[in-house]
Write a protein that binds this ligand. Structure first.
Ligand code: FES
Ligand code: MG
Length: 586
């Protein structure tokens, strides 16, 4: 495929005096005197900064984010690269979004990090930025903020952690936690084994090493052209990761001189490539909200329909759990990684899309090889014949819902069953642990009030636990529906992101226990078999729940967050909302 781009050539387009940072440090006036004297306060001399691109290294390190533990050191490797190329690096810490520890969910704070990044870049004397992220929401948040700021940027992905291991068995982040938790509930594993799994499932720094949200989003950033092409697969603990960090530092200095701003890279073609790669990797369902949100920030019309359209024609070829059956990100890297995967998808990608390297995606894929055909499958022998996501519509989800057909029992492709509806997570939890709960494998478990406003923050509750009564009978999958999200490492027949959410009066709010629900994945539909008349009656009786927040960030979040089909960004952050004050100064 081909397309046209703004002509770009790798050459220096700027004089030192034209650097944005020169406005802080150059003039012979009182303000600049202040800036110079204050940078000298830290022991720097004009030789350190004068006439050089100042590179902000935005670091989402924290003692509470194990996925980013190595960023404390990687930031120094980035700085080394910046210095080698004649730039001046400055570290700028930003809030981390630690999937492991934040309550109620990191998604409540994705937009907060995005705003922090945008405003940090805008307010400070920097000419370009390196973004250090990887744990789930950090990737979209950093990119959303940096896209809105518009300075040259490069994304440094944290890299996956090593494979998990216990008693000689490989363990995958998330997926095996859910799997063995069900085994424990069924009484099939001992406490000693459970403790062994606890100590073996996360063995090094780096993000989750299944194809969860982290691996999905870093692959997306990479395919969008925002990474040194292919580096998102390098394991965090590999020495190649350290070298990659300093290469990012070197390259961002050149990008500043070349004026290679994100607008030249993050085009509609970039979203085409990112979506293709996401589908082929068996991506996390979270990719949906983040792709939509990033596209809106970039001013590109990219919708649920685009995702579904591409899902229908892109097979899953990365045999990585949870869509695949046995491999993890470390295996993917040894098989050639994302470069190899993209080389296999060449006819489906826009190869003349520009990347941060200054070369096109096609140029960067030259010579890529696949070293293990079982990990990166041929198109003729995919893991799943369609892409990993399908978008559903119907009277339960007029603005859409999402399912991951590649990770669910195939008997749910078409399914009709009675609903078992819960209004809150605690209510659902108490019921599913009740061994006398009246439930059959054909029932449809429903959790509502778990969307962007209801959750709040649309928590990853969507893989509702299978009722204990069914677990003991050997059942491990059933149809589940919610307006929540689910972890990228989750699996099963889970319909997610129902929009509009029930908390704001979406039709999910009108469903009752016992109503028949019909899912038809091939026809992309999800309906409740209830007459319009009856639904009207129920709507008249529906009462809006009490707001979750009465002050603070949560209050502001609830006023401005958009629904899942729009990406859950704040309405006022999209470019069409209005001009940014102070923009001409950038
Ligand atoms: Fe950080 Fe999974 S917990 S990526
Ligand atoms: Mg996750």
């Amino acid at each position: 495929m081909s397309s046209s781009h703004t002509p770009y050539t790798k050459e220096r387009r700027k004089e030192s005096s034209e650097l944005r940072s020169a406005r802080w440090f150059g003039p012979d006036d009182l303000r600049s005197f202040g800036h110079r004297s204050r940078i000298m306060q830290m022991g720097y001399a004009p030789e350190d900064w004068a006439g050089k691109p100042i590179i902000g290294v935005i670091n989402t390190w924290s003692d509470l984010n194990p996925c980013h533990a190595h960023f404390k050191h990687r930031v120094e490797d980035v700085k080394r690269g910046v210095l080698q190329m004649g730039g001046f690096p400055v570290e700028m810490p930003a809030i981390t979004l630690s999937e492991s520890f934040m309550k109620p969910t990191t998604m409540l704070y994705r937009n907060m990090l995005a705003m922090e990044v945008e405003e940090q870049i805008r307010a400070h004397p920097v000419d370009g930025v390196v973004l250090l992220g990887g744990c789930d929401k950090t990737t979209p948040a950093l990119i959303m903020g940096a896209l809105s700021a518009g300075l040259p940027m490069i994304y440094l992905p944290a890299g996956p952690m090593l494979r998990g291991n216990y008693a000689g068995q490989q363990l995958g982040s998330g997926s095996d936690a859910w799997k063995y938790w069900d085994e424990r509930r069924a009484g099939c594993i001992t406490d000693k084994q459970w403790l062994g799994i606890e100590g073996g499932i996360a063995r090094s720094y780096g993000h989750c090493m299944t194809m969860g949200t982290a691996s999905t989003m870093t692959a997306i950033a990479d395919a969008m052209g925002l990474c040194l092409t292919g580096v998102s697969s390098i394991p965090a603990a590999d020495a190649n990761h350290i070298r990659m960090a300093s290469a990012c530092g070197r390259r961002i200095v050149e990008m500043v001189w070349e004026d290679l701003v994100p607008g030249k890279i993050v085009t509609r073609d970039a979203f085409h490539n990112a979506t293709t790669v996401a589908m082929a990797t068996g991506c996390s369902t979270n990719a949906v909200v983040h792709l939509l949100a990033m596209a809106r920030r970039a001013g590109i019309d990219w919708t649920l329909e685009d995702l579904d359209r591409m899902g229908r024609t892109t097979p899953v070829i990365a045999n990585i759990r949870p869509s695949g059956d046995k491999y993890l990100m470390e295996d993917f890297y040894y098989a050639g990684g994302l470069l190899a995967l993209m080389s296999r998808l060449k006819e489906k990608l826009v190869l003349d899309a520009l990347t941060v390297t200054g070369d096109t995606l096609g140029e960067n894929l030259e010579g890529a090889e696949i070293y293990n055909e079982d990990v990166i499958r041929p198109l003729s022998n995919p893991v799943y014949h369609e892409g990993s996501l399908a978008v559903l519509r119907g009277n339960l989800c007029p603005d859409g819902a999402v399912i991951k057909p590649s990770a669910c029992d195939q008997r749910f492709q078409q399914h009709t069953g009675p609903a078992l509806v819960f209004d809150s997570y605690p209510e659902m939890k108490a019921a599913i642990d009740d061994e006398n709960l009246e439930v059959t494998p054909d029932h449809v478990l429903v959790l509502r009030n778990a969307g962007p406003l209801g959750g709040p923050g649309m928590p990853e509750w969507g893989m509702l636990p299978i009722p204990k009564a069914l677990i003991k009978q050997g059942h491990r999958d059933m149809l589940r529906i919610s307006d929540a999200r689910m972890s990228g490492t989750s699996y099963g027949a889970c319909v997610l992101h129902v929009a509009p959410e029930s908390f704001v009066g979406g039709p999910l709010a009108l469903l009752r226990t016992g109503d028949l629900v019909r899912l038809d994945i091939p026809n992309r539909s999800l309906d409740m078999l209830v007459s319009d008349e009856e639904l009207e009656k129920r709507r008249a009786e529906w009462k809006q729940p009490e707001p979750r927040f009465e002050r603070g960030y949560g209050w502001m979040f609830a006023r401005h967050v958009t629904q899942a089909d729009k990406g859950c960004d704040f309405d006022y952050l999209s470019p069409e909302f209005g001009r940014t004050a102070g923009e001409p100064d950038i």
